[in-house]
Design a protein around this ligand. Structure first.
Ligand code: SF4
Ligand code: SF4
Length: 377
């Protein structure tokens, strides 16, 4: 039943993955690779980052051993679920020579059916934002739509926050409230290790029937609520979003944009790791014999010169204009365009910026300069 909460013991969690795989889902979840927690195909709970946590700050990410065997004792890493729903490289179609004519063939076959394991609340909100961009507007992206409609989402409530997290400021976490089929809260309590599981959809309830569950006692629910509350109080960053759209629109010529431009390397990392950034470019490639051509869509970034190239030049030729475009789009013009902020407070752009540029700090600097002006300082 939707909204129902039950318990699943740690040894039984594998049965959830098994039930999803039996239903035809490809199970994808967090796992350790190259000293980071990334998202990849997993078939066993043992492939989760058991006993690992992460330390994050501006331009800093390190994995560390925990003192317990938690399965979800870390926050978000460099990957986001957009790489599965909106792939970095996607062949749109191929044209093959057929005598004197060309025949257009689609390249993609049956869309994958993913079950995402361990989706954080900020990430659920990021997926809902990408839904607005790709499905709910005037133009629908059929590739995203097909993957999205087939996806099953197992959320995980955060019981600890990272050094660059600010979901509380953006009202996107740490508790999963929308957009999941099942939501887990992991509890290690003395010798006990179990999950409080909340049912979000009928689809979630149906899968849960394949997993041994117990009745949740009031104490279990209280512990789960307290752990999530604890995460809410640990946010590494904060952002005052009061009238943020007009704050940024009022300050398009603020000297802070020049200052940040002296540090920004235009490396595009912030856009690649951001779970809501969606811009792409299209490349047409032909084979050497001229018998086959392909149109490929690839992630692009507003930090590249080519991104705004129009007939002989780039519209945003300076690093200053590119950083300003990115930040004002995220926090201001996104609201006009899609009716929501483009930022969910996941902190990835802060952690993975090689020079530790911090979106929360940039907003604070502009806001404080206005306050100083008002006070005549
Ligand atoms: S702008 Fe930064 S903090 Fe906001 S959603 Fe994107 S990566 Fe996360
Ligand atoms: S803000 Fe940081 S991550 Fe983004 S383009 Fe500039 S240097 Fe790279």
């Amino acid at each position: 039943m939707i909204g129902e909460k039950v318990l699943v013991e740690r040894p039984d969690l594998q049965k959830l993955l098994d039930a999803l795989r039996q239903k035809g889902y490809t199970t994808v979840g967090p796992t350790v690779r190259d000293h980071a927690i990334i998202y990849d195909q997993i078939t066993s709970v043992e492939e989760l980052p058991i006993g690992w946590t992460d330390e994050q700050d501006g331009g800093t990410y390190r994995l560390k051993r925990r003192t317990d065997q938690a399965l979800f004792g870390y926050v978000v890493g460099p990957h986001s679920w957009k790489k599965f729903l909106h792939p970095p490289v996607l062949s749109l179609w191929k044209a093959k020579k057929n005598g004197k004519n060309f025949e257009i063939v689609s390249n993609n076959g049956e869309p994958p059916q993913y079950a995402f394991i361990g989706v954080r609340s900020c990430e659920l909100h990021a997926i809902l934002i990408q839904d607005r961009v790709f499905i709910n507007g005037k133009f629908v992206d059929p590739h995203y739509q097909a993957r999205r409609e087939r996806a099953f989402i197992v959320a995980v409530n955060c019981v600890q926050a990272g050094g660059t997290c600010f979901c509380v400021s953006m009202k996107t976490g740490p508790k999963a409230t929308v957009g999941f089929d099942l939501a887990l809260t992991e509890i290690l309590d003395g010798q006990r290790h179990y999950f409080v599981v909340e049912v979000g959809t009928e689809k979630g309830a149906e899968i849960l029937q394949q997993v041994p569950t117990k009745k949740a006692q009031p104490r279990d629910l209280q512990i789960a609520a307290e752990r999530v509350q604890q995460a809410a109080q640990q946010m590494g960053r904060q952002m005052d979003t009061t009238d943020i759209k007009n704050l940024l629109y009022r300050n398009l010529e603020h000297p802070r944009w020049d200052e940040v431009a002296t540090r920004c390397l235009n490396c595009t990392n912030c856009t690649m790791v951001c779970p809501t950034c969606f811009c792409t470019t299209v490349e047409d490639v032909t084979d050497l014999t001229g018998s086959e051509a392909e149109r490929v869509r690839k992630w692009d970034s507003c930090f590249t010169m080519d991104f705004s190239y129009v007939h002989g030049g780039s519209v945003r030729a300076s690093p200053k204009s590119r950083y300003r475009q990115w930040m004002t789009h995220k926090l201001a013009s996104w609201i006009d365009q899609f009716g929501t902020s483009g930022c969910v407070g996941c902190g990835r752009c802060i952690t993975w910026c090689p020079v530790a540029i911090d979106i929360t700090e940039e907003v604070r600097a502009i806001r404080e300069s206005e306050h100083s002006k008002e006070k005549g300082e």
